[in-house]
Design a protein around this ligand. Structure first.
Ligand code: 5GP
Ligand code: ZN
Length: 134
C-alpha cells in the first residue's frame, strides 16, 4: 500500500494545504494536538531524518521557521513545539519524514516529557559513548 503522505503530495488524498513549493508541503494534521497543528513533509519519500539530504534538511528548517513565524502572527500564539518523531519507538506512525509544528496556547494544559536523573558515572559514560559514535 502506498504511503499516505505520498498520496497527499500527489493530490490523491485531500489535505488542508498551508504551504507548498518544489521540495516541501505543509498541511494541517487531521487529528491535531492543538488547533492549527501543522505537518511539514518533504516531497521525496524518505522514512527518517537520516535519509534526508543535508541541504534539504537545512531548507526544511528554514521553512519550519517561516511557518512558525506565520503561526505566531496568525494564531496569536507566543510559542510552538517543533517535533520530529523519528522511528516507531519514538512514536513515528507515518513512515515518511515530517515535522510537527504545534501551536501552544497558554491554557492548553499540555505537559511535555517526564524527567529522569543520572546516577553515578552514567552521564560521563554516555557522553563518552556518544563521542566515540560521532
Ligand atoms: P507521526 O506519529 O508519524 O509523527 O505523526 C503522523 C501524523 O499524521 C499524526 O499526527 C496524524 O494525525 C497525521 N495524519 C495521519 N494520516 C493523515 C491524513 O490522512 N491527513 C492528515 N492531514 N494528517 C494525517
Ligand atoms: Zn511517502
Amino acid at each position: 500500500m502506498q504511503c499516505i503522505f505520498c498520496k497527499i503530495i500527489k493530490g490523491e488524498l485531500l489535505c488542508d494545504k498551508v504551504y507548498e513549493d518544489d521540495h516541501v508541503l505543509a498541511f494541517l494534521d487531521i487529528a491535531p494536538v492543538n488547533l492549527g497543528h501543522i505537518l511539514l513533509v518533504v516531497k521525496k519519500h524518505v522514512e527518517s531524518i537520516e535519509e534526508v539530504d543535508d541541504l534539504l534538511l537545512g531548507y526544511v528548517m528554514q521553512i519550519v521557521k517561516k511557518l512558525g513565524m506565520a503561526m505566531k502572527k496568525s494564531l496569536k500564539v507566543s510559542g510552538y513545539n517543533i517535533i520530529i518523531n523519528n522511528g516507531a519507538t519514538a512514536g513515528q506512525v507515518v513512515d515518511h519524514f515530517h515535522c510537527h509544528i504545534i501551536p501552544r496556547y497558554g491554557d492548553d494544559g499540555l505537559k511535555a516529557w517526564p524527567q529522569k536523573q543520572y546516577k553515578g558515572e552514567e552521564a560521563k559514560k554516555m557522553v563518552n559513548a556518544f563521542k566515540s559514535a560521532l
